[in-house]
Design a protein around this ligand. Structure first.
Ligand SMILES: *Cc1c(COP(=O)(O)O)cnc(C)c1O
Ligand code: SF4
Length: 338
C-alpha cells in the first residue's frame, strides 16, 4: 500500500479527495465524537496497515457509535495483529498462480491483473494486506510481460483489473492499458474490481465514463459494498452515471462479523444495491489472512444467513455465498443450510 501521496498539480477532483483522506486515527475518533482512549487500541494495528478513510465515507458513520459497521471496517485495532491458527499472509497461495509479474491466472478464460497496490480506503479484513506489491508491480515493466502472456493464450476471454484498487490509477493510464487489451483479438471482456465508487464516488467523473463508454470491450464492474449504509445519495448518483457508460454493475461483499452478519442487513444491502442498478454477485467468506480472525463468520452461520436471504428475497437478489480455496477450478460455492 502506498504512503502519503500528494495530489498531482493538475489533479482531478477525485485525486484531491483521495489526497485529503483521513490518515490519523485520532482525527477520525474526534470527528466521530469517540473517546480518545480508543487510540491505545489502534496504534500497533495502524503501524502494520495504516488508516486511510476518505472524508465522504467517514461522513456516513454514526457519531458516538464505536460499533458503527463502517467504522469497524477501517479502524485499526490491536486484534489485527493477533495470530490465529490457519490464518496466513498468503491464504490463497496466489504466489503459485502468478503467470507474469502482477498477473494471476487461476481460472479458465480469465486472468486477474494486479493493476496497482493503492486503494482509496484501507479495509482491515483485506486479504491483500500482506501482498508483495513490490515484487508484483507490473508497472515497473510497463505491463509488457503481462500483456505478452495474455496475447499468447487464446483461451483468455476476460481480463480482470484488480489490485489494490485499479481505479486508484489515473484515467489516462487506464485508457492506454485498456486500449492495448482491446487490441488483443481473443480478449472480449474487461472486468474491473473496485471499491472506489463506494468509498470515493467523486471517482466516477467524465474522464472515467469516457473511456469506459469508448472501449469496444464489454465492460463489467464488480463493486465492493458491504453494508447498505455505504450507499448514500452521492454513491447512488455515481452508480447511475456508471450505467450510462453501458457497464454491467455487480457487487461483491465480504461477510464480516460485527459489520453485516445479519439477515436484515444483508437483505437491505441487496435491495439498496438493486435500487441503484447493481445486482449482488458474491458474498465471500473471509479469506483467512493473518490478523482478520476477529471478523470471521463460521460456515454454519454463513449458510444459515444465506437460507434466511433465500426465504425473503427474489432469487436475483441472493448473492452466491463463496469461499476461495487454493487449487480449485473456481471459487467454492456454499449451499444454504439450517
Ligand atoms: C475471483 C477471481 C477471478 C474471478 O472469478 P469469477 O468467479 O469469475 O468472479 C479470477 N481470477 C482470480 C485470481 C480470482 O481470484
Ligand atoms: S478490500 Fe479492496 S479496497 Fe479494501 S484494502 Fe483490500 S483491496 Fe483495498
Amino acid at each position: 500500500m502506498i504512503a502519503r501521496t500528494p495530489a498531482p498539480v493538475h489533479a482531478a477532483r477525485w485525486q484531491h479527495a483521495l489526497a485529503e483522506a483521513i490518515r490519523d486515527p485520532a482525527e477520525l475518533l474526534d470527528l466521530l465524537e469517540l473517546p480518545r482512549e480508543l487510540l491505545a487500541r489502534t496504534a500497533a494495528g495502524a503501524r502494520q496497515f495504516p488508516l486511510r478513510v476518505p472524508r465522504g465515507y467517514a461522513a456516513r458513520m454514526t457519531p458516538g457509535d464505536p460499533h458503527d459497521p463502517l467504522l469497524r471496517q477501517v479502524l485499526p485495532l490491536d486484534e489485527d495483529l493477533a495470530a490465529a491458527p490457519g490464518y496466513s499472509s498468503d491464504p490463497l497461495e496466489e504466489g503459485a498462480a502468478m503467470a507474469a509479474p502482477g498477473l494471476l491466472h487461476k481460472y479458465h478464460g480469465r486472468v486477474l491483473l494486479v493493476a496497482t497496490g493503492a486503494c482509496g480506503v484501507h479495509c482491515r479484513y483485506c486479504f491483500r494486506r500482506h501482498f508483495p506489491y513490490a515484487e508484483a508491480n507490473p508497472r515497473a515493466g510497463g505491463w509488457s510481460a503481462a500483456l505478452a502472456y495474455i496475447r499468447d493464450d487464446p483461451s483468455i476471454r476476460e481480463v480482470i483489473l484488480s489490485g489494490g484498487d485499479p481505479l486508484s490509477l489515473a484515467d489516462a493510464a487506464l485508457a492506454r492499458l485498456v486500449e492495448r487489451l482491446a487490441a488483443i483479438e481473443h480478449v472480449q471482456c474487461l472486468r474491473i474490481h473496485t471499491r472506489q465508487p463506494i468509498v470515493l464516488p467523486e471517482r466516477v467523473d467524465a474522464e472515467l465514463l469516457e473511456w469506459l463508454a469508448a472501449t469496444p470491450l464489454r465492460t463489467v464492474m464488480v463493486l465492493h459494498c458491504n453494508h447498505p449504509r455505504e450507499i448514500d445519495a452521492a454513491v447512488a448518483d455515481a452508480l447511475q452515471r456508471l450505467q450510462t457508460s453501458g457497464t454491467t454493475l455487480l457487487n461483491q461483499a465480504v461477510l464480516l462479523r460485527g459489520v453485516n452478519d445479519d439477515a436484515g442487513v444483508l437483505a437491505e444491502l441487496s435491495e439498496r444495491l438493486f435500487a441503484a442498478g447493481v445486482l449482488p454477485y458474491y458474498l465471500h467468506l473471509l479469506d483467512r489472512v493473518r490478523g482478520a480472525a476477529h471478523f470471521e463468520v463460521d460456515e454454519p452461520r454463513a449458510r444459515a444467513l444465506l437460507a434466511a436471504l433465500e426465504a425473503r428475497l427474489p432469487g436475483y437478489l441472493v448473492p452466491r455465498l463463496a469461499r476461495e480455496l487454493p487449487g480449485r477450478p473456481a471459487k467454492t460455492r456454499l449451499a444454504a443450510g439450517p
